[in-house]
Design a protein around this ligand. Structure first.
Ligand SMILES: Cc1cc2nc3c(=O)[nH]c(=O)nc-3n(C[C@H](O)[C@H](O)[C@H](O)COP(=O)(O)O)c2cc1C
Length: 305
């Protein structure tokens, strides 16, 4: 049975990983599951300097989902290397570092810094933040900016690059194609949706930041659609994510066109979800006589028109 996934020069031994920001820096989960059984470990977003993040409360549960406004808290490149890399580099599976910046130059500099660090499996570009140099335009919702940032990172590193697309665009297709054209080896689809929740007794927003990003099972059907649309438009592999909590969820993404999947919010209430998903995919492959998972990728049967 073959279910390994290749993204540029990165080889995931199996198709299940975890979504950035829902799995800390790996070490926090090490007592809860065997990280070496995953296809890869993806860490929380890192920019050049440390980030304090937003005031609390930063998360609120809603029906079938979670809204978060962590504010991309993180230790910065040096803090990450000092505090977390000694553990992460001992893992036998690829470690993908989620990176971000507020300018194209910052993205490229972070990519360059990690290029120089031995053992990094790949970089995932979180393009959901505003570009302060260009008046706050979001990298992920401006196709020209997206192309610039991917191209700059491509120049800065030979590491596999995975561009994590935002769902907040009229069509994901030009963004997927721009990332591919600029040298991305893969795509992650998708990040969270802007959302808000209000306490009706106090009439205050439930998050100190007022709004946040919606994730969890309620966003899954939207994510499946975006993966399906992007997969038909590009040749590079896609990591599908958004509300996955079972093997059935993950298989939907794969049949829609994802080569791999990531478990996010579900890690918070069942830290072993990713391993259950993996086991369920194995059972499905056996039950359906599937020798190579690639034959299932994008195998959705569409009605004839
Ligand atoms: C608390 C929290 C923190 C997150 N932090 C990041 C981050 O640092 N970088 C990033 O690219 N995505 C981040 N995400 C988005 C997830 O990686 C993922 O794209 C999203 O949660 C959808 O998957 P899910 O519905 O399975 O959670 C975060 C999500 C949550 C819930």
């Amino acid at each position: 049975m073959n279910w390994s996934v290749r993204i540029g020069s990165l080889v995931m031994p199996n198709p299940v990983t975890v979504a950035s920001g829902t799995f800390g820096y790996g070490v926090e989960y090490a007592r809860l599951l065997d990280l070496n059984q995953l296809g890869a470990v993806v860490v929380k977003g890192i920019r050049l300097e440390p980030v304090r993040g937003n005031p609390t409360p930063r998360t609120v549960e809603v029906a079938c989902g979670l809204i978060n406004a962590i504010g991309l808290q993180g230790p910065g490149v040096d803090g990450f290397i000092e505090k977390y890399w000694p553990f992460l580099k001992t893992l036998q599976v690829p470690v993908i570092i989620n990176i971000w910046g507020c300018t194209v130059d910052e993205y490229a500099e972070v990519a360059r810094r990690f290029d120089a660090l031995e053992g990094v499996g790949g970089l995932e570009l979180n393009v959901s933040c505003p570009n302060i140099k260009e008046g706050g335009a979001h990298f992920g919702t401006d196709v020209r900016l997206l192309e610039k940032v991917v191209a700059a990172c491509r120049k800065a590193t030979r590491l596999p690059l995975i561009t994590k697309l935002s769902p907040n665009v009229p069509s994901i297709v030009p963004f997927a194609q721009a990332a591919e054209a600029a040298g991305s080896d893969g795509l992650s689809i998708m990040n969270s949706f802007p959302a808000m929740a209000i306490d009706i007794e106090t009439r205050r927003p439930r998050l100190a930041n007022i709004t946040g990003g919606l994730t969890g099972p309620c966003i899954k059907p939207i994510a499946v659609k975006l993966v399906w649309e992007a997969a038909r438009a590009v040749k590079i592999p896609i990591i599908g994510m958004g509300g996955i909590q079972s093997a059935e969820d993950a298989l939907e993404f794969i049949i829609a066109g994802a080569s791999a999947v990531a478990v996010g919010t579900a890690n918070f209430y069942e830290p072993q979800t990713s391993l259950h998903v993996l086991q369920g995919i194995r059972e499905y492959m056996q039950r359906h006589g599937i020798e190579d998972l690639k034959s299932l990728v994008g195998a959705v049967k569409l009605p004839r028109v």
